[in-house]
Design a protein around this ligand. Structure first.
Ligand code: ADP
Length: 481
């Protein structure tokens, strides 16, 4: 059993109040370890250390910051197995998938180690001859990063790396259920020699840590991944000190399959995006819209594939899908399925789960489930289910598919399957989503912008877009003699 500490001012520290909380394995409720909880004083200490580190870190040549990040990247590659095992233990996903997540996070560290060197300013032609217009890009300052439990490793790397590349110190608060992946990643940042104060890790009460970070004027930016409700609350709290805000919130991704699609590919890509992480992702295919003439064939293919998925402990070699994160998640999935069935949906496969062990918040599994004859008024077509359930609704025309897909308060990911180039481009342009996977079920990658329209968020992570949200624009107007 492990006990992990807080990381403040370059040191691993016990909780000052002697406060520790349990981290459970969602596969069976066994205790993975205990994590130190931060009190208000520790949050203030981390803010002061970050504030102090800001000047020196941001004034280092980008090449030097990049050098630290490259060392960190190398260590992350060397220790990927350790991080992946930690991730499976506290989060439940199959080990292979955990390894994939760690590699994805690591690729962001590499990308931003390079991108640190490409923060360019501009000169703009002035309107009169003695004048010069110079535009600088400078780091926004101390950043608070709040991450969720569904990707507890990659989100940490994805948030910290553009921030420190830009020159911003980061105070990280991982989700209480999954702090140990973050601990492993930060241990390697420490080993890479990233100077004290540049990164801090605080776990514990989300409200206490969140409120303290958001009230503080020295914290200039918040970057958050999590639910839309919490994101909205953080945005409101940020208003008092007018912090910069990046939000990556919920999604309700439509997956549209036209009659001219490659159905085998559409089915295969869907398995990846639906079964991954037991459906607990913000880009999961939440609603499948299929053109009526190919519905039967597609449902048949998916039903065969869904019923073969091996569910179990993420450490078992043949497991393809792990447990849900906890009992609340399980009950939400159940509620959505029951609501759909009560309103006329029909069950094709799945529709039930099981419980292992005797912990009332862990050991919950749900079978991959397909529902057909689904309609827009069902909860499952409007709210995030965050589980391995696929509701299927048929459509007739392209216009109808676009209208159904866009009928959501969310706008993160969407997917379109068609072999027609014209239709693919036409539909991609009309979808009100930050990401469109055109014949592609896994568009996420370090060099591309990830983020949502509407209530799915603000700003983008990944690519040059990702570092821009950690930079202020400064205009220097020069009048020459
Ligand atoms: P999820 O539905 O993925 O659990 P949440 O929005 O509840 O999403 O959590 C995402 C992150 O936000 C977690 O790290 C959680 O601890 C944190 N969080 C939740 N409530 C607050 C809050 N009031 N202030 C700051 N952080 C919060």
């Amino acid at each position: 059993m492990r006990t992990e500490k807080l990381y403040i001012k370059g040191q691993w520290k016990d909780s000052a109040a002697g406060d520790y909380f349990d981290v459970l394995n969602p596969a069976d409720g066994s205790l993975v370890g205990k994590m130190a909880a931060a009190g208000k004083e520790e949050v203030l200490e981390a803010i002061a250390a970050a504030d102090q580190a800001f000047e020196e870190w941001s004034n280092l040549p980008a090449q030097v910051r990049s050098g630290y990040m490259k060392k960190w990247h190398k260590l992350l590659q060397e220790k990927e197995e350790i991080i992946a095992r930690t991730l499976t233990a506290e989060q439940g996903k199959p080990l292979e998938e955990a390894l994939g997540e760690v590699r994805s996070g690591t690729s962001y560290v590499e990308w931003y180690a390079e991108e640190a060197k490409r923060v360019y300013g501009e000169t703009i032609p002035a309107s009169s001859s003695p004048k010069r217009i110079m535009v600088l890009r400078q780091p926004v300052g101390v950043t608070a990063a709040i991450t969720p439990w569904n990707f507890p490793a990659s989100m940490v790397a994805r948030k910290i790396s553009p921030a420190i590349a830009a020159g911003c110190p980061v105070i990280l608060k991982p989700e209480e259920k999954t702090p140990f992946s973050a601990v492993e990643i930060i241990k390697l940042a420490h080993e890479a020699g990233i100077p004290k104060g540049v990164i801090a890790l605080l776990a514990g009460s989300a409200e206490l840590i969140g409120d303290t970070l958001l009230e503080d004027r020295r914290v200039r930016k918040i970057t958050f991944t999590g639910s839309t409700d919490v994101g909205k609350a953080l945005m409101k709290q940020s208003a008092d000190t007018v912090k910069c805000v990046s939000l990556e919130l919920g999604g309700h991704a439509p997956y549209i399959v036209f009659d001219d699609a490659d159905l085998d590919k559409a089915a295969e890509e869907l398995m990846g995006v639906k079964i991954k992480n037991c459906g607990q992702t913000c880009v999961s295919a939440n609603r499948l819209y299929v053109q009526e003439s190919v519905e039967k064939e597609l449902v048949q293919k998916l039903s065969e594939a869904f019923s073969k998925i091996k569910i179990g402990n993420g450490f078992d070699k043949d497991t393809q899908m792990g447990p849900l994160i906890d009992g609340d998640a399980y009950r939400k999935v159940q509620e959505h399925v029951e609501d759909a069935l009560s309103k006329g949906a029909k069950l094709v496969t799945g529709g039930e789960g099981f419980h292992k062990g005797d912990h009332d918040q862990a050991g919950y599994y749900y079978k991959p489930t397909i529902l057909v004859d689904v309609t827009a008024d069902m909860k499952i077509m409007k709210e995030e289910t965050f589980g391995p359930v696929l509701p299927i609704q048929r459509f007739t025309t392209e216009e109808e598919a676009i209208q159904l897909a866009n009928n959501s308060r969310y706008g993160l990911a969407s997917y379109v399957f068609t072999e027609s180039l014209n239709r693919g481009i036409r539909v991609s342009e009309k979808l009100e989503f930050g990401i469109v996977g055109l014949n592609d079920g896994s568009p996420g990658t370090a060099q591309a912008p990830f983020g949502g329209f509407k209530e799915s968020g603000l700003e983008r992570e990944g690519g040059h877009f990702g570092i821009e949200s950690f930079l202020e624009v400064k205009y220097v107007s020069i009048s020459m003699k």
